[in-house]
Design a protein around this ligand. Structure first.
Ligand code: SF4
Length: 78
């Protein structure tokens, strides 16, 4: 089985779409290098997929991450 680990502090590439700059995105990478985005909103709101289909081009939950969020979750601020 391939392990998945959250990688705080590592930035998401722009190719993942809106999640790359969203405060709710969490970078998850398998030990084989596959990249996923876990949406933290999915924890409390079933409207949001735990692992959204990428790239995300439209999302009502999108909220721009600030520098502190980016450090914590691996997203890029504007
Ligand atoms: S709220 Fe939307 S843009 Fe933000 S991480 Fe979740 S799916 Fe991505």
């Amino acid at each position: 089985m391939t392990a998945r680990a959250e990688r705080p502090g590592e930035r998401l590439p722009a190719r993942v779409g809106l999640c790359a700059a969203c405060r709710h995105a969490r970078r998850v990478q398998t030990d084989k290098g596959a990249l996923f985005v876990r949406c933290a909103l999915s924890t409390h709101d079933p409207v949001y997929a735990r692992y959204p289909r990428l790239p995300v081009v439209s999302c009502l939950g999108y909220s721009v991450a600030d520098d502190a969020d980016a450090e914590r979750s691996g997203t890029e601020p504007d």
